[in-house]
Design a binder for this molecule. Sequence first.
Ligand code: PNS
Length: 163
Amino acid sequence: MKIGLFPGSFDPITNGHLDVIKRAAGLFNKLIISVAVNESKNALFTTDEKKFLISKACEYVNCGNIKVVSFQGLLVDAVREFNAGFVIRGLRAVADFEYEFQMALMNRELDHKCETIFMMPSPEYSFVSSSMIKEIARMGGDISPFVHSAVIEALKKKNFIKK
Ligand code: PNS
């Protein structure tokens, strides 16, 4: 059974994440989307809110093989805990590469069984990031092409978008 683990901050999930999720869910028997709990990162959404938004966004792509969880601490420990054979990371552009390359090699150093697979989202999402979504929303721009409607509702509740 091939299990992939897709970790991230998901603050909030974007259509770029969703694009990678769809692709990865087609490659693995089971895909575990794992929200990193990191109190020092000053996230807008709580871990439970992030998990809820991921589940909502995945509603129509989940054929029963996607599970949403959270993890605290090292990614390699989460990989072991969930019995995953692979870490999935999205690569949007060359700018992502250096950080991702370093992280993949460090994770393999920490656990030689930890393999990372990079997946490229569709080019229309190559410039989408959670932080940009929050900035555009805060400044009154239209984020509807880039996120699920549940994310827009959640941002409204946090007064990030004027109702
Ligand atoms: O969505 P992000 O913020 O790019 O995700 C980064 C994340 C959460 C995958 C990364 O920061 C991580 O793995 N954190 C867990 C702590 C850890 O294992 N650090 C060592 C990685 S080399």
